[in-house]
Design a protein around this ligand. Structure first.
Ligand SMILES: [Zn+2]
Length: 286
């Protein structure tokens, strides 16, 4: 009897450990080759329901704890399954982007590379805030979400300037550069998530495969590298290898024309805010 109890206790302990350390996600594989993933702990329920009025079409609905849902017509689904979410402490192979666990309090995982990059030391693309495609010139004239008149031709509007309100936080919306390019649940980091990264990690200026940048190391030993791409200015990229900016999804609450980002160079990482039309890199989280 005593042995059985000990054995049961061991099984319970093992099960608790196994399930506390492994995390799962629901994968909906679609006919167009893309997939939708939802973290299992975010799911309230999944069910099929009639789609449309003829009652012969069905969709799979995934109801989430945040009140949102994902719905996909069954004709577009190849298969659905659960898989273990692999959060790594660092890049392990060439299958980027990896989801890196830095041991942050919120559980946020950061990608190993920027949107548009094929590996961590690639700069990736620059994006104006809320735009999902890169371009050759980043100024107010080319920015999708502002209208005005440039009377002196300097690339900045000086009359009738009107910034379109696309929200105070664009994470997970159609304006989210990360979600648009990589698919959900990847999204741009909020200002709070950037703050969490900077206050919980140490960071050092270093060179990775010949590229200057800053390596962040989390309390659990996980690491990610931010290459220093410089910045787009007047149709060219200046100060390559000297510093970098990456966007948060959070707009400046006191100015509809700017959004919050982080600046880093060889000496520091600091909170910053830039005009929404400027081109910054984007490092996704999930
Ligand atoms: Zn990687």
């Amino acid at each position: 009897m005593k042995r059985i109890i000990t054995l049961l206790a061991l099984v319970c302990l093992y099960t608790t450990l196994a399930f506390s350390q492994k995390k799962y996600e629901l994968v909906i594989e679609k006919t167009d080759g893309t997939e939708i993933t939802v973290n299992s702990e975010d799911i309230v329920r999944t069910y099929f329901r009639v789609n449309g009025s003829n009652k012969t079409d069905y969709e799979l609905a995934v109801e989430k704890k945040d009140g949102t849902e994902v719905a996909v017509h069954t004709a577009l689904i190849v298969r659905t399954y659960y898989r273990e979410r692999e959060a790594l402490l660092q890049c392990s192979d060439g299958n980027h982007p990896h989801m890196i666990d830095l041991g942050l309090p919120s559980g946020t995982k950061w990608a190993c590379c920027n949107v548009g990059a094929s590996k961590p030391e690639n700069y990736g693309n620059f994006y104006a805030w809320g735009e999902t495609q890169p371009k050759s010139v980043y100024d107010e004239i080319t920015y999708q979400y502002v209208t005005g008149t440039d009377t002196d031709g300097d690339g900045l509007y000086d009359r009738d300037i009107q910034y379109q309100d696309i929200g105070s936080d664009i994470a997970g919306t159609s304006y989210d550069t990360a979600t648009a390019n990589w698919g959900a649940p990847w999204r741009m980091p909020t200002n709070d998530q950037c703050e969490e990264l900077c206050s919980n990690c140490t960071s050092e200026w270093t060179t990775q495969n010949g590229v200057n940048g800053r390596r962040f190391t989390g309390p659990n030993g996980g690491t990610i590298f931010f290459p220093a791409p410089g910045m787009p200015y007047g149709g060219e990229i200046i100060d390559v290898g000297e510093y970098g900016f990456f966007w948060s999804s959070t707009r400046n609450e006191y100015s509809s024309e700017s959004a919050l980002n982080r600046f880093f160079d060889s000496t520091r990482v600091v909170w910053n805010n830039s005009g929404r039309y400027q081109g910054n890199t984007v490092r996704p989280v999930r």
